[in-house]
Ligand binder design. Structure first.
Ligand code: ADP
Ligand code: ADP
Ligand code: MG
Length: 674
């Protein structure tokens, strides 16, 4: 076995590979782009080498630079992960030429499966069933249109060199064929530099079921059961599971044998996935082979108890397969959900931004351990992520934030754990598919395993319901958070106060919150009996319980409520025990323009220039009094006094540039404080 490995990837898969290397005592070398200098995967490895600017083309796709980094660091092997160079035959060959072990199949096998058309021809010869279609060389539009007529509409046009769903076009009638072909070719040329296409019968309500195969250099090839990846958006996987619901033993053996035949037809070595499209009548057809580790490989690890990356290492080092086909056993059921920075409400458009908050449930909360084949046990929840709180999703790379993987003794148990895991995940800062995933795993069709690739579209109405009206408990919690936050900003210590809680100096107070298009007004009244909250005609007594920086407890009427919270400007994110909600506090000052006070200091909330000063040292100011004006983002923002006090010092002059977080102004210590 090699003792030093370079990981030619980033994000969660680089972290995941590094973890196996560490467990096996193999030293790991990370590569990173300028955008990833401080990324999690860099810390996960023992060493790290910069390979270029942020754009993948100039860094993670620079095979030559990556090979040089491996040689210089003394690594003997390179793991390409998935995406990037993982299916690049020239890179695999260059690794070999440099005397490095490429942890993947031989370059010739990558080449053979690299073109969907050529792969289909090979599979035809190997007797693997194919979707009816045309995958010939002749790319004359007339020939392709005639092929579509012969196949019968609807048809699917795919880029031969395709991947990631790029270029795929469904055509329902002959009249639309020409235009669809044209746009498929244009997209294929841009994405892959190759516009060859194939035409397939477009199957109605099919399932995507794939087989994990493994082959060693000693001529053996086995399959590690299947994964069902039917739940997709834009032809891309969202939820994956193993085993496939409803799979019979006979069907599994037939698909396993076909997958092994496919791998052997190209002299395969290492981990690979043979993707099949399966009709409702259970007939199955070869779609493509991915000659790499798959994003969804953890569900297979969960039900087999094997570490597939360790298997990849062993095979690449020349060892024999760690198990025989007849030794493999499946335990229980596993589900994976891909958490993406994207906006489901806007056609799953990828999103970017900073993850101001990113909290996952602890694996220990899923205490029920699963028993592995070997008798060992592991947690029933696994989070694979290359992103930490405070990191950003940029346009440079894949917008995946994390994979949540759960295990259960059966599908219902796995499903209920997934519902819990998603519900306990907290994100603030950018659009994600988190809430959508929660609805998806909980929808009737997924619960009953009525799976096919059209599930999301068909259940659109149920998956995108009109927003529920705001509940009274959430607004009560929000009102409490606002009052507590104000008192903190005033320098008072509300965090430990439970009684004598006035509405920050007032006897009545109305707080307005927006939730989608709805507006709700919480009316608070402080009387002899304490505080009362009135909302939408309902009234109840209202008392603050324990408050900390990020969580709040209140008593409302007879009940006790608690939530964690986080402000994002004026948006208040509340994380309750079984629900999450975002409310926009309408009475707030625009958040960016509000300065922050910490121990009498006033700091700039954003970078900008001081354009006016309205106070002077020694001046006594009231809360809210304008102190100075900053110009930022071509707009002027007035910085007001966050509390009453005496100005001790002004740190900047008009015209000076101010960095974010710089101290603008110092208040004199309050009488009586040290
Ligand atoms: P990619 O290289 O983008 O993964 P695939 O050929 O694997 O492309 O297809 C991606 C997805 O498109 C499949 O998982 C399936 O949902 C859908 N698909 C592919 N071929 C067909 C087909 N002939 N009929 C219906 N759906 C298909
Ligand atoms: P699978 O068929 O295994 O589900 P996908 O096609 O969803 O695979 O994933 C491969 C894609 O993952 C690549 O096309 C690329 O967009 C993306 N990708 C590549 N490297 C990474 C990474 N380190 N982290 C997240 N995504 C990546
Ligand atoms: Mg595919």
């Amino acid at each position: 076995m090699f003792d030093k490995l370079l990981i030619a990837n980033r994000g969660e898969i680089a972290c995941r590979i590094a973890a196996t290397a560490a467990r096996l005592g193999i030293a790991s070398v990370a590569v990173f782009s300028e955008a990833d200098r401080h990324a999690k995967h860099v810390l996960a490895c023992d060493e790290a080498v910069g390979v270029g600017p942020p754009a993948a083309r100039e860094s993670y796709l620079q095979g030559g630079r990556i090979i040089a980094a491996a040689l210089e660091s003394g690594a003997q092997a390179i793991h390409p992960g998935y995406g990037f160079l993982s299916e690049n035959a020239a890179f695999a060959r260059a690794c070999q030429d440099a005397g490095l072990i490429f942890i993947g199949p031989p370059a010739a096998a990558i080449e053979a499966m690299g073109s969907k058309s050529a792969a289909k021809s090979l599979m035809e010869e190997a007797g693997v069933p194919l979707v009816p279609g045309y995958h010939g060389h002749d790319q004359d539009p007339v020939v392709l249109a005639a092929a579509a007529d012969a196949i019968g509409y609807p048809v699917l046009i795919k880029a031969s060199a395709g991947g990631g769903g790029k270029g795929m076009r469904i055509v329902t009638a002959p009249a639309d064929f020409g235009a669809a072909l044209h746009s498929c070719k244009r997209e294929a040329r841009a994405a892959f530099g190759d516009d060859a296409v194939l035409v397939e019968k477009y199957l109605l309500r099919p399932r995507h079921i794939e087989i994990q195969v493994f082959a060693d250099r000693h001529g053996r090839c086995i399959y590690l059961f299947e994964r069902d990846c039917s739940v997709q958006r834009r032809h891309q996987k969202v939820l994956e599971e193993a085993p496939a619901p409803g799979m019979t033993r006979a069907r599994r053996e037939a698909m396993g044998a076909a997958a092994v035949a496919a791998a052997q037809a190209v002299g395969y070595v290492g981990a690979g996935t043979v993707e099949f499209i399966v009709n409702q009548d259970e007939s199955f057809y070869f779609m493509e082979m991915n000659t790499r580790l798959q994003v969804e490989h953890p569900v297979t690890e969960m039900i087999t108890g094997f570490d597939l990356v360790e298997w990849q290492f062993r095979i690449a080092a020349g060892e024999a397969l760690p198990a025989r086909q007849d030794e493999l056993v499946m335990h229980g059921h596993s589900l994976e959900a891909r958490l993406y920075a994207e906006n489901p409400e806007r056609g799953f458009l990828p999103a970017t931004g900073c993850l101001e908050r990113l909290r996952f449930p602890e694996a220990v909360e899923f205490a029920v351990a699963r028993v592995l084949a070997a008798g060992a046990s592991r947690a029933a929840l696994r989070i694979d992520s290359g992103i930490r709180e405070g990191d950003s999703i940029t346009p440079f790379y894949d917008p995946m934030i994390a994979k949540l993987i759960v295990w259960g003794k059966d599908r219902p148990e796995a499903l209920s754990r997934m519902v819990t895991a998603l519900g306990k995940t907290q994100i603030v800062g950018l659009h994600t598919n988190l809430a959508f995933l929660s609805r998806l795993v909980d929808c009737a069709a997924f619960r009953s395993a009525d799976l096919d690739t059209g599930l999301i579209e068909r259940h659109h109405a149920a998956l995108f319901p009109a927003p529920a009206p705001v509940d009274w408990n959430s607004v009560a919690l929000a009102a409490a958070v606002v009052l507590a936050t104000e008192r903190r900003d005033e320098g008072a210590d509300p965090w430990s106060r439970r009684d004598g809680w006035r509405l920050n100096g007032r006897a009545t107070r109305e707080l307005r919150f927006a939730h989608g298009d709805d507006m709700c007004v919480a009316a608070l009244r402080y009387g002899a009996q304490g505080c009362t909250l009135t909302l939408g005609g309902q009234s109840g007594s209202f008392t603050l319980g324990a408050v900390t920086q990020g969580s709040i407890e209140i008593r409302l009427g007879e009940g006790a409520l608690e939530a964690e919270f986080e402000w994002q400007g004026t948006l208040l994110h509340l994380f309750g025990r079984d629900s999450q909600i975002v409310l926009d506090w309408l009475d707030a000052h625009p958040p960016d323009f509000e300065a922050f006070v910490e121990e009498g200091r006033l700091t700039a909330p954003m970078p900008g220039k001081v354009v006016a000063i309205m106070t002077e040292p020694g001046a006594a100011v009231e809360r809210g009094a304008p102190l100075l004006v900053m110009e930022a983002m071509k707009m002027e923002h007035t910085i007001t006094a966050p509390r009453a006090g005496v100005v001790a010092e002004i740190r900047f002059a008009v015209g000076e540039q101010v960095a974010e977080g710089a101290e603008l102004l110092v208040f004199a210590a309050e009488p009586g404080t040290p």
